[in-house]
Design a protein around this ligand. Sequence first.
Ligand SMILES: Cc1ncc(COP(=O)(O)O)c(C=O)c1O
Length: 439
Amino acid sequence: MLLSRRKFLGLAGTTALVATCSPNALPDHPLFNKSLGTPPTDSLKGLQEFLPKRDQLLGYPINMNIPPKEFFTWRKQLFNVGLNQFGFNNVGNPYDHSHIPFNTHHFEKELIERFGLIYGFSPQNTWGFLSNSGTDSNMHGIYIGRTLLKSRSGITPKIYFTQEAHYSIQILRNLLNLDWVIVETNADGSMDTNDLSQQLLANPNHPALVVATIGTTFKGAIDSIDDIQTKLNNRESYLHLDAALFGGYLPHTSFAADLLHETTQATKIKSTRYDSIAVSCHKFFGFPSPAGLFITTQSIFEDFQLQFEKIHDPEYILQVPGTITCSRDAAKPAEFHYFSSANAFSKQVDDAKKMLDNANYLLTEMRNHYAHLNPTRANNRSNTIYFKRPNDAVVNRYSLATMGLTAGSLRVPYAHIVVMPHVNKHILDTFLADLSEKT
Ligand SMILES: Cc1ncc(COP(=O)(O)O)c(C=O)c1O
């Protein structure tokens, strides 16, 4: 029996409708409502209004500078060869042969190698990829750490971090179903490694997966990699660095050694200081959309692959991808490659210097004029100044992030400014003047 068109429409899903019928045949179907055109250009005006105000964003670690023209030229060149025009996809391991040739794995691999060098990874022993964000990179670090520790000891590790760690770490430990240990902090917000020792002693039967934050989100504190490693001595462990913000600029300052993956000891023996690192691309670098660097060693990755291939059947894409996510953006690695060029690196050096100088300027001015707000900078590597929360007008005008900090038995409201590359002295002076009027 033939189905009538109406009956067919009632039975079929919308995909079938779109695929099989022309709009004329369905005048009353909401999918074909003529008012659903492209957005009117008027609606772009709302977005345009933000352009001049973008340098007022002081409360979050986003570089609001527009990248140099060279970057957009590069983007255009990529577009001209098809990128962002059709379905390129970076599914899989950028270091492996891909059965799907429409990818930018060679750019991805090259940029990881260039940044790997900056973080002191040995060029013959580097693996990584460009993720969706700092959080995505943290997820891969924690997942690889969990997988390796479980495979080596047969016991699921416990994850250690402080309450100053980014909130996504709590989400990830929940997602990965890990028991957790909160380590106490020092007065500056960094991990108290004596407490870490105590906690390790109190949890003797589980391997330790430690997430150290290099630049905590609110206070800008730095967990000490070397002290953590000393406490982890002889323990089955994995150390992942969440360097979402500071990881972008520290390598371009006199503090570059802080993040080096390998150090040469007095004995001339090289030792590794951590297992993997996560850095956001939209924070310091000012890449215009969220992305993240994830870098580890080739040997860690190979050990991980041995476990990963037990749970991942490579038949469909002809390789074990190494990443949790299947489809991956191909445009971002190719575009972000620009940020690993000599010109971009030299701009990053300038930006890093200006940022730290301006953070210093803000701290000095606030101490001189607003000491009652208790302005604080956790350390001389930090671009973050936190202080007692000013009134709503200032908080809203500059999009300041706020948090209650514990002082004795009290919870005192605080705000912070993250001095990013777009935050110049002029903006800071305007902010300081607003503080006088409005606090
Ligand atoms: C220390 C730290 N880790 C992770 C993140 C999350 O990074 P993303 O926004 O790239 O996911 C942030 C964001 O502010 C952060 O400060």
